[in-house]
Ligand binder design. Structure first.
Ligand code: BT5
Length: 239
């Protein structure tokens, strides 16, 4: 694993994408400040100050895209939950990969697959983690209840220390996860899921699906029951 630290960048994902050819597998790009952080579907990721984490992990696990890569964000959400638990907190996962503490979003994950024609060039796993933020700044973020680790703990957090623990934990089980897929983390994921057995409304691109969230299947898909009719979703946002 190689760690590159940038003082400031538009987006660590964009930077990693631009330099993908020269970066080897498991290169981590961290920026101390991020001026144009990206969320999914053209949404924005807000920079809450220098002592937060903005990073992208460059992964080049094979020459061909494998289905298991679609579950990497879920693997990452479990890794993050377990780390927050070491701080005495009770994090939860909102399908597919939002990590919440006390119902508020503390981290965001954006995984981009880079293809060139039919060739698979790699994955860029972008992660933003709120470690140290001011109450007024998290409240100003639109559309969502947001928190940061310092606000939950009542004390400042050392970002370098947190990053080291996080990367160690991520890579400790990464190879095993690639071999075994979602089933390897399924019970850890389900145990932290906050949406099961609830009536949910899921935005899937321009469509909305409703139903009771019955389970997450072995592929990591959300299984909904709409009046006795079961179906599964691979992408979407629980509203
Ligand atoms: C995400 O998107 O949650 C993925 C965010 C990934 C950010 C990282 S930072 C390093 C790397 N480089 C990048 O450019 N991006 C990645 P999504 O599920 O679409 O959620 C976006 C929504 O989360 C926004 O519309 C806001 O409502 C909310 N949000 C924005 N900034 C936030 C923050 N700092 N903390 C919590 N929620 C935030």
């Amino acid at each position: 694993m190689e760690l590159i630290t940038l003082k400031e960048v538009d987006s660590t994902n964009l930077y990693a994408k631009k330099n993908l050819e020269i970066f080897s597998d498991r290169t981590v790009v961290r920026a101390l400040r991020q001026t144009f952080g990206k969320g999914r579907l053209s949404r924005k990721w807000v920079d809450l100050g220098e002592n937060n984490l903005f990073l992208s992990i460059v992964l080049k696990p094979s020459e061909i895209f494998q289905d298991v890569y679609s579950n990497l964000t879920q693997y990452l959400s479990v890794v993050l939950c377990k780390l927050f638990e070491k701080y005495g907190l009770e994090p939860q996962i909102k399908w597919p990969n939002d990590v919440l503490i006390n119902g508020k979003k503390i981290a965001g994950i954006l995984c981009e697959t880079v293809m060139q024609g039919a060739n698979f060039n790699g994955l860029i796993l972008g992660i933003g983690i709120n470690l140290n933020a001011a109450e007024k700044d998290v409240k100003a973020i639109p559309d969502k209840a947001v928190t940061a680790l310092n606000l939950e703990l009542g004390t400042a957090v050392d970002a370098d220390e947190f990053l080291e623990k996080f990367l160690n934990d991520f890579f400790a089980n990464y190879d095993e996860f690639l071999k075994k897929g979602f089933e390897y983390i399924k019970s850890d994921y389900i145990n932290r899921a906050c949406f099961l057995d609830k009536e949910v409304c899921v935005q899937v691109l321009n469509d909305t699906k409703r139903g009771v969230a019955k389970s997450v299947n072995n592929a990591g898909e959300l299984v909904l029951d709409d009046n006795g009719k079961e179906f599964s979703l691979t992408i979407g946002d629980i509203l």
